[in-house]
Structures are given as structure tokens and as C-alpha cells.
Design a protein around this ligand. Structure first.
Ligand code: GLC
Length: 452
């Protein structure tokens, strides 16, 4: 039976998510800012220090999320234990089966690198409570079960050998620990569980070398005071002075974590998304995103000066589902041509188009066309003078015409030059600005009678 104060899964997730949203739904990416801003961070460091620590992360822009655990054996989504009401005694037997091929993480890291990603974040412990790492605090961990080795150590080594930054995901919520639910109303249980939690996080921050990101998840059932989140994160920063910490221990820290949608806030942000509809391996889930959608999402993140953390859910043997390999390989081919524009992108204030997204580097505006309109690409309301236009990656120069309301780029091929997203570079006289209101209000109007 779920405890009385159990809230829905969505509710738990939403409680940690920022309030102002840019939605990314299906094939339509909407930029629509809503409501209030999240509280300003960080809580356990200064804004200036955060700026310093975030520098590499902003340039990195694109990372791989890896969900791997006992749920990978079941292959029915990482929430199977709870959604199917599986008893702990039954579920924990999976630890006797979970034994991925040695160094599977090397293939993940190679694929991440090839895709143009610059960092990786892996589940050290998901909600199921099983630790992929070596710990003195429980024997419910990979080295003491079928795997017989530290999967986080393998992951760390694999990412580092591809020159990628490393992050550990850690779920505060724990469905296995005896005090994981009772801690909400039993002080002795809370004390034990919080000591256990702080102890595991201490091990993660002490035993592997330099750690770049600590990625907390679901803080049910305690408040930040209950978790002693400030004390916890102060300890983390003492052990890892350069680390970035997300906002999911209930207090604002270095970045916000919009989930399954692209959210831009004034604070640094990272949109995390699945490739199908599950984080952990789900063998029947066939709702795969296309490479075009993935590239378009990445461009949308770069447009808003945010990051994109894209997930893979390896199978229990450590192999990556073929659909994910194919999508990331195609993304990598696109990134080989255009990756610099993604990594160097600054906040871009040009947003409106039915067929393109935009990124900016200095005064250069990049038009990323995902639905190719044919021989002319037009942008409404661009306030800048455009001195030149080029089709990338060839650099072929293009004709530009501007009339104060419309910027037309002509002489383009009828078929999309790139099957995913085609890119045009516009050199502007200053930072590109778009004003659609100006177009609506000032475009010359005719009389009520139409005559050609
Ligand atoms: C949610 C889910 C979890 C997943 C996470 C990734 O919190 O509960 O399964 O790991 O999102 O952001």
C-alpha cells in the first residue's frame, strides 16, 4: 500500500521542476514563457564561483544520460518496481542476475563522443535503491552481487578515456531501504536514512577522483530540511570544489532540470530527455524520436543558451538499443558539420519561424531549417542589416534581399541540402534582433478593396 502522503509520480517529478516553460512536444517545438521564475541559486556557493564552475558546461551543451540498473534486466521501464507493485523480496533477486559485459561503458562513451556530446551522467543509484558502485554501507550493490565489480568505476574510466566530463546521478528517493518511506514520520528512521544517504554521496564524491556533476533526483518523501540538503551539498563542495550540482535536492544550486521539455529560465538550465518514452531499458517501447527531432531539440536548447542531456537505456548486458545507436550516429554526422555552432552558441533573441530554429554566435545568425521550404527561406521582423549569407557547410554564398519587414534568402536548392537540419549563416551588423510586433503594426496596409 502506498503511504497516505504518497503523491503521484508526475507530482514528485514536477515538484522539482522550474516554473517557466518552453514546451517541446512531438514535432512542434513551442517557445511560450509562463509564470513565475524559480528561486535564484546557488544555495551553497556564490554566484561568481558558480559562473566559474559553469564555464565548461555551457560550452559542452550536449551530454549523454545513462539509466542502468536492475530494471534493465526486466526491460519494462525503470519504474516497473513501483508501477507493478513488485514486492522488495522479489525485486531484489534481480541483483543475482544483473551482470553486464565487462566495460560496456566504453561503447557508450565512444558513441557519446561520436555524437558530439561532451559529458556523461550515469545512474549510481536509481529509485530501486540498488547501488551500481562499491559501498561499505549496503551489500545491495553491484560489486557484492552478480556483477562482482564496480560499474560506476567502469563508467568513470570509460568517460575519462574519451575525454568526457563525468556526472553521477543519485536518487534520494529509495524504494528498497527499510527507512526510505517511514523516514517521513519517524525521526529515528529519518536519522538513519539521512546518515545512509549522506554516507553514499560522500563515497561517490571521494572514491573516483574529480567529479564534474552531481545529478540528484526525486526528493520524496522529505523536505530539504529533512534531507539536510544544505549540509549535504556543503560536504559535496568541500570534497569536489569544482562540481556542478543540480536543483533536485530541493534547493536551488547550479542549474535547473526541465524534464522531457525544453525550458529556458534566467538560471542555467539543462533539458533532459529520453529517446523513446522510458529512461531505463523498455523492450516494448517503440516510440523512438527521429534523428531530425533530436537535432532540432539540440538546436532549440542552444538557441536558449541551455544544455541538452539525452538519455540511453542500455540493456542488462550493457549493449545499447540499436535505435539509439542509429539516432546518435546520425546526430554525430550532423554535429561533425555543425557542432561548432552548437558549442559556441550564445543566447539568441531571434525565435519566430514555422520551419527553422536559430542560433547565434556574436553577430552571426544561424538559420537551422528543419522543414525545408524550397528555393527561398524568409525571416520576418529581422531588425539587422545582413551583409552576407552562406549555405553551410559548403560556404556557398547566397543572395539576400531585405525590405524592412522580410529578409529573403534566395537561390537555394529545391531539396533540403541536409536531410536532418540545413544551416544558413547570416552575417548581421549587430546582435540579431527580431521584432514581430513591428511587422504586424507597421507593414503597409491597403484599402479594403482588393485589386492586384
Ligand atoms: C524522473 C523519473 C526517473 C528519471 C528522471 C530523469 O524523475 O522518476 O525515472 O530517472 O526523471 O530526469
Amino acid at each position: 500500500m502506498a503511504p497516505d502522503n504518497m503523491i503521484s509520480r508526475r507530482g514528485m517529478v514536477n515538484s522539482v521542476i522550474a516554473a517557466s516553460t518552453y514546451a517541446a512536444t512531438g514535432s512542434h517545438l513551442l517557445f511560450a514563457q509562463q509564470g513565475k521564475e524559480e528561486k535564484k541559486g546557488p544555495t551553497t556557493s556564490t554566484a561568481a564561483d558558480r559562473e566559474r564552475r559553469l564555464q565548461w558546461w555551457h560550452e559542452a551543451r550536449f551530454g549523454m544520460f545513462v539509466h542502468f540498473g536492475l530494471y534493465s534486466v526486466l526491460g519494462r521501464h525503470e519504474w516497473a518496481m513501483e508501477e507493478e507493485g513488485i514486492p522488495v523480496a522479489e525485486y531484489q533477486k534481480l541483483a543475482k542476475q544483473f551482470n553486464p559485459a565487462p566495460h560496456s561503458a566504453r561503447a557508450w562513451a565512444k558513441l557519446a563522443k561520436q555524437a558530439g556530446m561532451k559529458y556523461m551522467v550515469m545512474t549510481s543509484k536509481h529509485h530501486e535503491g540498488f547501488c551500481n558502485f562499491n559501498t561499505k554501507l549496503t551489500d545491495y550493490c553491484a560489486p557484492k552481487q552478480a556483477a562482482g565489480r564496480d560499474l560506476i568505476a567502469e563508467f568513470y574510466e570509460a568517460a575519462r578515456s574519451e575525454n568526457l566530463r563525468v556526472g553521477f546521478y543519485y536518487s534520494l528517493m529509495d524504494w528498497h531501504h527499510p527507512d526510505g518511506a517511514t523516514c517521513a514520520h519517524d525521526e529515528a528512521a529519518r536519522r538513519r536514512f539521512v546518515d545512509y544517504t549522506h554516507g553514499l554521496v560522500r563515497e561517490l564524491c571521494s572514491n573516483y577522483g574529480k567529479l564534474d556533476i552531481l545529478w540528484y533526483d526525486v526528493d520524496w518523501p522529505l523536505s530539504p530540511e529533512g534531507w539536510e540538503s544544505v549540509k549535504l551539498n556543503k560536504m559535496v563542495r568541500q570534497l569536489q570544489p569544482d562540481i556542478l550540482i543540480n536543483n533536485r535536492a530541493g534547493i536551488p544550486e547550479d542549474f535547473t532540470t526541465p524534464e522531457q521539455r525544453i525550458t529556458a529560465t534566467a538560471e542555467p538550465w539543462e533539458a533532459c530527455m529520453t529517446m523513446d518514452d522510458s529512461w531505463g531499458y523498455h523492450k516494448a517501447d517503440d516510440d523512438w524520436k527521429t534523428p531530425k527531432t533530436i537535432v532540432r531539440n539540440l538546436v532549440t536548447c542552444a538557441q536558449g543558451y541551455g544544455n541538452y542531456l539525452l538519455n540511453i537505456g542500455p540493456k542488462a548486458d550493457g549493449s545499447i538499443p540499436q535505435e539509439s545507436i542509429d539516432a546518435l550516429t546520425a546526430t554525430g554526422r550532423w554535429m561533425e558539420k555543425h557542432g561548432d555552432l552548437i558549442h559556441q552558441a550564445q543566447l539568441c533573441r531571434v525565435k519566430s519561424s514555422n520551419y527553422a530554429r536559430f542560433t547565434r554566435t556574436g553577430n552571426k545568425l544561424y538559420v537551422h531549417v528543419h522543414f525545408w521550404p524550397g528555393d527561398t527561406v524568409s525571416i520576418g521582423g529581422l531588425k539587422n542589416k545582413v551583409s552576407s549569407a552562406r549555405l553551410l557547410p559548403s560556404g556557398k554564398s547566397l543572395e539576400v534581399n531585405q525590405d524592412g519587414f522580410r529578409t529573403r534568402i534566395t537561390g537555394l536548392p529545391n531539396d533540403a541540402p541536409d536531410p536532418l537540419v540545413s544551416v544558413i549563416e547570416l552575417e548581421c551588423d549587430s546582435e540579431p534582433i527580431q521584432d514581430m510586433k513591428y511587422v504586424r503594426e507597421n507593414r503597409p496596409r491597403m484599402g479594403v478593396n482588393f485589386s492586384s
